[in-house]
Design a protein around this ligand. Sequence first.
Ligand code: GLC
Length: 752
Amino acid sequence: MLLNLKHKIYVTLFFIAFFASNLNAQVLDPEIEEKVSALLAQMTLEEKVGQMTQIDVGVVTVMNGQDVDQPFDMARLEDAIISHHVGSILNAPSTPNNKAQSIEKWRNMTQTIRAVAARTRLKIPIIYGIDAIHGATYTQNSTLFPQAINMAATFNRDLSFKEGEITAREVKASGIDWNFSPVMDIGRQPLWPRLWETYGEDVYLASSLGSAFIEGHQSNDLSAADKAPTCLKHYVGYSFPINGKDRTPTSIGERMLREIFLPSFEAGINAGAPTIMVNSAEVDGIPGHANYHYLTTILRNELGFMGFTVSDWEDIIRLYSRDKVAASPREAVKMAVMAGVDMSMVPFNFSFYDLLLDLAQRGEVPVSRIDEAVTRILRVKYQSGLFERTEPTIAVNAHFATKEAEIINRQAAQESIVLAKNDKHFLPLSKKASILVTGPTANLLSVMNGGWTLTWQGDDESLYPKNKLTLLEAIKQKTSGKVTYVGGKNYQDEINIEQAVTEARTHDVVVLALGEKPYTETSGNIDTLNLPFPQLQLAQALFATGKPVVLVTFGGRPRIITDIAQQANAVVLGFLPGMEGGVAMADVLFGDINPSGKLPISYPRNTNDIVLYDHKPMESYAPNQYNPLYPFGHGLSYSEFETHGLTLDKTQIQVGEGIEVSVDVKNIGKMTGKETVLVYLNDVVASVTRPTKQLKAYAKVELKPNEIKKLHFTISADAMSLIGVDMKRQIEIGEFKVMVGNESVNFNVNEK
Ligand code: GLC
């Protein structure tokens, strides 16, 4: 048999690596560097170790859940900042009053902290951090966006940029300095309770939307009054637990790391993110907080990261108490700091401070390593303008919970909703129809927001704003027909199936809202993706009435809906559309908005059938198959679109050259709508197995009926590269295939 193995020349991309590192926004400002070294030279060892210490606000407040004006225990606050020199404070999972508080209270709190820091010897400001992952968390009436999984479904960079802008503005208006966002983990394990905090399973989509968020949040001047530093998390490999449970082991080889899990962090670094939070779990037996190879060799030496790393919650001490890789808390501190953790989210006490001070005094941790960490921390504080800021520098009313922000938030929610099925154009609904609304997620705001909202788990419905509408309330507001609700007040309330069936018989259509209650982290661990049985029972009983059913789902994960989706007339996947989710879903159901969301994940058909769209050839090599209920990139419209005329500017290129792609997209339906055109690439034969296809470009356009637009894309040389047998990024000569819609065109990469 003639082996048609192509002669391959591997071109190690020195020029790409060099070019990328020069592009990245980790460029230093000489003026700031001068200030940092001058300040460092004045600092005592205690002050340096203090800067590396981050404590939870609970350590310095009276956390009695009361809505007090002055939550601080001033003696403890002064002890932390003046005597222990702490460099950072955060609040998670709760706030001083254990629930969301007003922005005025946040401003008072952060101002109190600022005033105490101003009384320290060197007046080094505290950097206060918060998890504003979909808007200003724990703050009453803040603009709470769709969660990242939904922002990914919009395939809209501009919306992600605006989310970053608005979030930074509202965080800064509250006087808080630093946002532990975006999550740049790649969501490839649907059981994982933090899948919804990611931009989904695709590297390119996560990199592009996460970078857009960072650019909106930071612009190119971190010290601007309405900008704030971001934090890439959770570096790296946290999102792929083998058993699907949060904070459990994964096994990621170096090639998968560099192909799948590292690139989005690289993109975030190149977008200018100045801080990185470390993975709480372990990869291949090495806990994230003890991984020198990841934290120093790759992150600093290879990727050129010039900011600082912060541990995740209590994870340094867990090297001793949980992972058993350190024989004592002292050894855990030494292990983490020497691996490359610059700041410890301790967070409950000063153990890290005491132990590191002792390690440094005994020479077991070189002062040079402490100086390196403190240099990075001070650099970010100077870049962020903290030394100049004496109080929250933007007023509340012009920058917080504005009407403009609400409008953008509603658009994001609308564009994040995925119309997965619409038999015989059943949707949109008539506004005169009589509707039975039922199901555990029909009349709650919490189920559309998820965790990191008004509280850590997001599940206290009583805290949600009264002026925002649940799906039921939005349907009632929008339609003149009779609307009847059968359901409870809370997610876990039993629904009277008999009553629902009786009501269904006397209404034109049923809107059945199923899904998950809110959760995050280990609280959201589950053993199956199947929906709770009572939800399936309710669905089957309603189908038995013969009445048409529109299935709506809310929740952070793709719960298995196969049986009921097949029986429903329409299926609309809401995931976690945020505070405007109710009105946005109603906008879609009644056709006031033409849905344009597309799945950023593969929606599994069965709970153990987890194959992703960018799978390897053997995963779809008979009898194996990629057979999700709904594939990555799936999403219907009330209109219809087609692409044609896929063309490449060249079909023969040399290694290192890019390629220009053009394609026409046409609206062949009757309604103006938005369509996202996805451009995939496949390396037909390579020295390592390659994904059957990978997203390498996308564009979202709005088209009127019969309107055609010609779209142009560039597939860069870097987009053709792979991690070779020698673990180096390289481009191999040979055949590549570009795929758009149902067309494909091949091109060849040739030796130089
Ligand atoms: C949590 C999360 C992390 C968050 C941090 C501070 O454990 O893992 O995403 O930023 O603690 O709240």
